[in-house]
Design a protein around this ligand. Structure first.
Ligand code: UD1
Ligand code: UDP
Length: 375
């Protein structure tokens, strides 16, 4: 009988938590593993929202978030503090997901100790080191020293192979975001009260088509973010639509959105939603406007057209299928593309098709199987 593998999962932000809780649940239920969890808490409230709903209890909470943290200070502190946890735990594997500062620091600290790194959601590439910034470089860096690359799609696998990553270390597992969506849907069906908090907004906006909006990318800070806000204000001037916009807690985002959008009749600027409520928002939305990575995967899976307020995307699968469209941050373009979907039924129907190239809901099981030593 092979010894139990000690797996240390390291993460820090909302999207990592959403995409890793299925893996952590699967590890906890499997006698082949001893599962340990370390959070950097690069995010605090937005991370805790996910932990609360999914029941993940960290063994190590580094509590690193500082308001308005800089990339270099956070990276340095995360590298040092995660390193101490690795020395303490001495895991057989470190599992990280995606492309945040925590991913870079966690994977690098493991590599410095020659601990194998499993990179979940490996191989996403926009081809531009400044879009998204700094995520494109974070994931490329981890791609050079991870031991196991869990590519969500064949496109991501091909990107890794083009970079001369050992083909034997690359596996197409699907994206765990679909596992997460299945879990949250089932959980909300069993306990409808966990997603009932939007009821008052739903009745306030009854009869209008809801547009769900999120925005937080660093490369959009400044002019891009203000342009997005002004586009949303113009769209919301229509009497037949309402905007529900859970605003990211980053102060750079909140300042601009409050400045441009607070007090508008058809706009609800609200705090970040927990995952069941965000799933509900996706469900009631006619379309999504976003610069998020995860929302680009979730919205097409639910048949919701998604207009991506970025110049490039590392998730071309939705664009190729016609369920997502890149619209950048130019206000005229965002308004034009949104109104086209609102006013042209054929254009809307062409995009509103359930399309799910990102996974089948069994990605976590595939990933943990790869962590068992081969005979
Ligand atoms: C980070 C990731 C980004 C990911 C995003 C998901 C990096 C470089 N960026 O960006 O890839 O898409 O998370 O949301 O890793 N804040 C709070 N409470 C929270 C979370 C954030 O107050 O729960 C505020 C703090 O002032 C914090 C700021 O937001 O300093 C920025 O957080 P940070 O994690 O540095 O960057 P994000 O922009 O959230
Ligand atoms: N999300 C959430 N509440 C919100 C906004 C988003 O739970 O108010 C979820 C969303 O369903 C997706 C993830 O957060 O799974 C995306 O996170 P974010 O946009 O912050 O980061 P990105 O995916 O761009 O890295």
């Amino acid at each position: 009988m092979t010894a139990r593998q000690k797996i240390l999962t390291v993460f820090g932000t909302r999207p990592e938590a959403i995409k890793l809780f299925p893996v952590i649940h699967a590890l906890a239920d499997d006698a082949r593993f001893e599962s340990r969890v370390c959070i950097s808490a690069q995010h605090r409230e937005m991370l805790d929202q996910v932990l609360d709903i999914t029941g993940v209890i960290p063994d190590h909470d580094l509590d690193l978030m500082q308001p308005g943290q800089t990339l270099d200070a956070l990276t340095a502190r995360a590298l040092l503090e995660i390193g101490k946890v690795l020395d303490d735990e001495q895991p057989d594997w470190v599992v990280v997901q995606g492309d945040t500062t925590t991913v870079l620091a966690g994977a690098l600290a493991a590599y410095y100790r020659k601990i194998p790194v499993c990179h979940v959601e490996a191989g996403l590439r926009s081809g531009d080191i400044y879009q998204p910034w700094p995520e494109e470089v974070n994931r490329r860096a981890v791609g050079t020293f991870a031991t196991l690359h869990c590519a969500p799609t064949a496109t991501a696998q091909a990107a890794l192979l083009r970079e001369s990553v050992d083909p034997k270390s690359v596996h197409v597992t699907g994206n765990t975001v679909i596992d997460a969506m299945h879990w949250v849907t089932k959980h909300a069906q069993a306990h409808p009260e966990i997603a009932s908090g939007l009821a008052s907004l739903e009745s306030r906006f009854a009869g209008k088509r809801i547009i769900g909006v999120t925005s937080h990318r660093r490369e959009n800070f400044g002019d891009g973010m203000r342009s997005i806000a002004r586009a949303v204000a113009r769209i919301a001037a229509r009497p037949d639509v309402a905007v529900i916009f859970p605003v990211h807690l980053n102060p750079n985002v909140r300042a601009v959105m409050n400045d441009e959008l607070s007090g508008l009749d058809n706009v609800a600027l609200i705090d970040p939603l927990d995952y069941p409520h965000f799933a509900r928002l996706l469900d009631i939305s006619h379309l999504m406007l976003t610069d998020s990575g995860g929302v680009q995967e979730e919205a097409p899976a639910l048949g919701k057209p998604v207009l991506v307020m970025r110049e490039t995307t590392e998730r071309p699968e939705g664009v190729e299928a016609g369920t997502a469209r890149l619209v950048g941050t130019d206000a005229d373009k965002i308004v034009y593309e949104t109104e086209r979907l609102l006013d042209d039924d054929a254009a809307y129907s062409a995009m509103a098709r359930a399309h799910n190239p990102f996974g089948d809901g069994h990605s976590a099981a595939r990933i943990i199987d790869l962590l068992v030593p081969r005979k």
